[in-house]
Design a protein around this ligand. Structure first.
Ligand code: NI
Length: 271
């Protein structure tokens, strides 16, 4: 298969998403440098989150990616978290996969459904059609009490409510890091340098046997300005993925069970 290079507009879109992400998670820049920076660090994937309402669903987020040569590769379901997801890939192997999930809003209470509908009603079509939609942040006003209401039912809903449309995480491809061939060494380097890792069900999610091992930092805490209060809450995290061969071929998908635990990197713990 001929390798199709990503066009400049798509490359710039990912650069803009990276800059937006670094504003919320500046540690990622230090970790990126720790692994050798530009030329050494290749992204395995990035992740975007949304609600499944037609105005802002996966299809809407995928549009600029499909226009840039991405194609849909697989879909996933997370029953417990009430999410659906799809991943998209680009023929250029240096472009990250994009994992987009959406909350199945209709499976929640009337209160949550109404709160989400109120947010989405504030999104103008030109916001969704703009070149910066995938890194525009929250195109709505939200109060801290609404955030708490969403949080009571879904950490995920609360995250989207507080942060809107932007990468939730970038993921370093360990396969492309020349100096590492195992995820434990990557985790140890991060711990030795003072970064905190998500330890829900152990530092490493997945296994070589299923084809994918992942770990992640804990989400950075940032001040978010709600309409009534400014509150420090978890924002974005950095992830690390090592892919393995399954039946002789490198596994290129995602593992629902592991992603389930990774979602918890942004869980809120109010003291
Ligand atoms: Ni991920």
């Amino acid at each position: 298969m001929a390798i199709v290079k990503a066009d400049i507009k798509t490359v710039r879109l990912f650069e803009a998403m990276w800059q937006d992400y670094l504003e919320l998670n500046p540690d990622a820049q230090n970790i990126y440098a720790l692994f050798g920076g530009a030329g050494q660090v290749i992204n395995d994937h990035i992740a975007l989150r949304t609600f499944n309402l037609p105005e802002v669903n996966i299809e809407k987020l995928a549009r600029p990616l499909l226009a840039g040569g991405y194609v849909e590769a697989a879909s996933y379901e997370f029953e417990q978290k009430k999410l659906k997801a799809k991943h998209f890939k680009h023929p250029d192997p240096l472009m990250p996969k994009v994992f987009i999930s959406e909350l199945l809003v209709e499976q929640f209470s009337k209160e949550l459904q109404d709160a989400v509908a109120d947010l989405v009603a504030q999104v103008k079509p030109q916001v969704v059609n703009a070149d910066n939609f995938l890194h525009c942040g929250k195109p709505w006003q939200i109060s801290f009490s609404t955030y708490r209401k969403l949080l009571a039912e879904s950490e995920y809903a609360a995250w989207v409510g507080a942060f809107g449309f932007r990468p939730n995480h970038f993921t370093v491809s360990i396969n492309h890091l020349k100096q590492f061939d195992c995820i434990d060494e990557v985790n140890q380097l991060l711990l030795d340098n003072g970064f905190r890792l998500n330890s829900v069900n152990g530092l490493v999610k997945g296994s070589g046997l299923i084809g994918l091992q992942q770990s992640s930092t804990l989400a950075n805490m940032v001040d978010v300005t709600f309409t009534d209060f400014t509150v420090k809450i978890p924002s974005c995290f950095y992830e690390f993925a090592l892919r393995h061969k399954v039946n002789g071929e490198l596994f290129e998908g995602f593992v629902a069970d592991s992603a389930d635990k990774i979602f918890e990197s942004t869980d809120v713990k109010f003291a």
